[in-house]
Write a protein that binds this ligand. Structure first.
Ligand SMILES: Cc1cc2nc3c(=O)[nH]c(=O)nc-3n(C[C@H](O)[C@H](O)[C@H](O)COP(=O)(O)O)c2cc1C
Length: 205
């Protein structure tokens, strides 16, 4: 077994530490955030930190990296308030990863990849057409994480679009049928397969 002490972690090569720390917490969600500015420039970017915050009201959150460089997704959602969250499926991983490249705001990742923008029910922000599970979201608030200059963005879920065959009778979404991938670290994309689903767990009598 390899052991990394805190001191060893601190002294690691930068890229090695980045890979190690980004993968040591397990698989992460894989989503594309779609947004638009008030001049009509669209933006698409991959995010692995989107997580469920609560179901009533329906809320999500994600961690945004330090704003020391322009953050188009954040600027757009901060100004226009609305953005989309689109599950990345197995067929789109290469293009999805490419959206992390730093394009200026005038250049849309929709034009630089095969990912197609789709507008649904007058929602202002673009969805990803090929994504099988899509959320319409509204920026609500942000919280500073002072220790590393990141922020936690909190958003409400305003609408959910699910392709046929994924939604189960009790509201549960079968993500492996949607071919939604998981992210391993910062550059690894993994397929998923459901093992089993269990009853609500209660203490043993
Ligand atoms: C796999 C992966 C996951 C990422 N997750 C996040 C994340 O959770 N938060 C974040 O701020 N940036 C994340 N990024 C970086 C953004 O995708 C990148 O900064 C992108 O250029 C942002 O684009 P924008 O400036 O157009 O918003 C991730 C990048 C990759 C490759």
């Amino acid at each position: 077994m390899v052991h990394f002490s805190k001191k060893k972690i601190e002294n690691l090569d930068k890229i090695y530490r980045l890979n190690l720390i980004n993968s040591c917490t397990g698989y992460k969600s894989a989503n594309l955030l779609g947004s638009i500015d008030n001049e009509g420039n669209t933006n698409l970017a991959v995010f692995s930190s989107i997580t469920h915050l609560g179901s009533n009201p329906a809320m999500i959150g994600f961690v945004l990296r330090p704003r020391t460089v322009p953050r188009n997704t954040y600027n757009n959602m901060f100004k226009l308030k609305y953005f989309t969250v689109n599950h990345i499926n197995v067929h789109d991983i290469k293009d999805a990863h490419h959206t992390s490249a730093k394009y200026p705001k005038e250049i849309s990742e929709f034009d630089q990849t095969n990912l197609e923008a789709e507008y649904l029910d007058d929602f202002i922000a673009p969805f990803v057409k090929s994504s099988k599970i899509k959320l319409a979201c509204k920026y609500l608030n942000e919280y500073d994480i002072k220790e590393n200059d990141t922020i936690l963005v909190v958003a409400s879920i305003e609408g959910i679009y699910v392709d046929d065959g994924i939604l189960q009778d009790d509201g549960w979404l079968r993500l492996d049928i949607a071919k939604t991938v998981a992210i391993n670290g910062l550059d690894g994309y993994a397929e998923t397969k459901l093992i089993e689903r269990f009853e609500y767990a209660r203490p043993k009598k």
